[in-house]
Design a protein around this ligand. Sequence first.
Ligand code: 5GP
Ligand code: MN
Length: 354
Amino acid sequence: MQDINCGNITGFASLISRSERIAIVTHMRPDGDAMGSSTAMYHFLSMLGKKNHRIIIPDPFPSYLDFLTSGIPSGAISAHSGDRTGAEEALAGSDLIICLDFNAFHRTDTLADALASSRADKVLIDHHIGPDRDCFAVSFSETEVSSASELLYHIIMEFPQISGDASRLPLSCAASLMTGMTTDTNNFANSVYPSTLAMASALLAAGVDRDKILSELYNRHTESRLRLMGHMMKDLMVITEDGVAYIVLDSKTMQEYDVREGDTEGFVNMPLSIEKVRMSLLLKEEEDRIRVSIRSKKGTSANRCARMFFNGGGHENAAGGRLNKPGDIASIEEAAGYIEKHTHIYLTEHEDNE
Ligand code: 5GP
Ligand code: MN
């Protein structure tokens, strides 16, 4: 990670101190890093004496992340999908909007227009490739960090109120940061940098209960989730001659196993444990589209494949996107053919050519 620009820190701190109403926004289908960084930001603003700040998300977060929001009044978190007017009015009435864990407004889906039209100052804190810097008064963008939560940690540590001493952080803020980093690294499996371990060490020393976080994140699943995982790996996973593993989850199967938001978190990584697999895709059928998650081993770019053939993007080895129905495929039955054809084209014609 490069040094965080001190001018930016001063600029961010002064925007916070002169703003009364502050909104914290993160990407659609918020995951652990999105909610971890957002709730950490919320607690840090409270510590700075702010009284009127709230988290606005495009759609609800999965229930396994509920523990992150204990200690935050329920009225201070709103999902646009549940209260369109409330969320839009809150954005329009904000003096400052802090954008976490996304690089461009469109990643907030239905909130994108409200963000673009809001006259609030906007600050970006993100770790994706290719940030839309022009949209922000101040932007912190680092790709050589594990997560938005880690980047936020390094920023917060520079504030004079903290001065590099993690024990000065509210414990709820520290725990949220640890959670976001833990989920984005897949519990220290990927994207771990020296700065990531330094952060983890400081947060542990500051009293974060990592055992509790791990048990919240990984030991509270339903039985049907594990049975679904077995079914997916045994019966649904296909491996192509190019070394692409893919799994298509149709809505019938998801109903059968009572799949809730967040239930398939992490499953897309599993096929990468097979030696011959260089890229893994998980497709989940939704009403009007099919969500795509892509992971790749070093040397293969999930990000480029997502951008070229799956209407998406992300990080080098962890990306996502969608297939539109009927734009890309007429029905879920065509998904397997689409994947096989396009990953073959990608790996034989485009990989290593840019
Ligand atoms: P996941 O597979 O966990 O949903 O997403 C992995 C990563 O891919 C996320 O960190 C996110 O950055 C990126 N990603 C997921 N879906 C999309 C998408 O539709 N568009 C873009 N640009 N990135 C996505
Ligand atoms: Mn992230």
